[in-house]
Write a protein that binds this ligand. Structure first.
Ligand code: PEP
Length: 241
């Protein structure tokens, strides 16, 4: 049985004070959220502690946005699995297109980070997806297959979430057609050894398109950037019809 996973990615937004304000608005809205939906907030490192302390037994799970492959060492600016689990982190985004594009992540480093996450008992949310140029050239499916193949070498598929995030749809307001996303996610699933891996869609998910996206049979949830920053819009997404 595939789990439904609704995750917010705050990227580099929100101070600790702003995180607390968000929770004050968001926590009460979870009273209407049907059981069986996993709700995750992937927040900046400096917000992890404050969110962890203010969850008050709520069903929100804590997520980070990256983890290093080494357990510790001279890796300035990085963070280890143990540092994350110590503050209550359960999930971690790995291979987000912004990491691949601006910080030189490759399928090899993504694979190393996935292994480290699992070694520390974290559930990775692996992001894959194509650029507009690759899509227009008809290369999307081959590119995604390559990412899946190389990123998942020796990865335990019983502790994994995948997010299909077409890069041209991230932060642009330009959503991938729900049916097209459903088709690509079906293709991703056909490459997995575990058909129960939850596969999310990500890319300009908003209150006005969430119901259609979640009606697709292959789509098990969403990874949400911009619309996860406001309690009202993320609540509407988490409480989709
Ligand atoms: C993301 O950051 O993963 C994302 C999908 O962003 P947005 O929802 O803003 O497009």
């Amino acid at each position: 049985m595939r789990k439904i996973v609704l995750a917010g990615n705050w990227k580099m937004f929100k101070t600790q004070a702003e995180s607390e304000d968000f929770l004050k608005g968001f926590l009460p809205t979870l009273e209407d959220t049907p059981f069986g939906r996993e709700v995750i907030l992937c927040v900046p490192f400096t917000d992890l502690n404050v969110i962890s302390r203010n969850l008050h037994g709520s069903r929100i799970q804590l997520g980070a946005q990256n983890v290093h492959w080494a357990d510790n060492g001279a890796y300035t600016g990085e963070i280890s699995g143990e540092m994350l689990t110590e503050v209550g982190v359960r999930y971690v985004i790995i291979g987000h297109s912004e990491r691949r594009q601006y910080f030189g992540e490759t399928d090899e480093t993504v694979n190393l980070r996935l292994r480290a996450a699992q070694r520390h008992g974290l559930t990775p949310i692996l992001c894959v997806g194509e650029t507009k140029q690759q899509r227009d050239a008809g290369e999307a499916e081959a590119l995604i297959s390559k990412q899946i193949k190389e990123d998942l070498v020796d990865i335990d598929q019983s502790n994994l979430i995948i997010a299909y995030e077409p890069i041209w749809a991230i932060g642009t307001g330009d959503t991938c057609e729900a049916k097209e996303a459903n088709h690509i996610i079906g293709n991703i699933r056909s490459q997995l050894t575990n058909p129960d891996v939850p596969i999310q869609y990500g890319g300009s998910v908003k209150p006005n398109n969430i119901d259609e996206i979640m009606a697709q049979p292959e789509i098990d949830g969403v990874l949400v950037g911009g619309a996860s920053l406001e309690p009202e819009s993320f609540a509407r997404i988490v409480n989709y019809q």
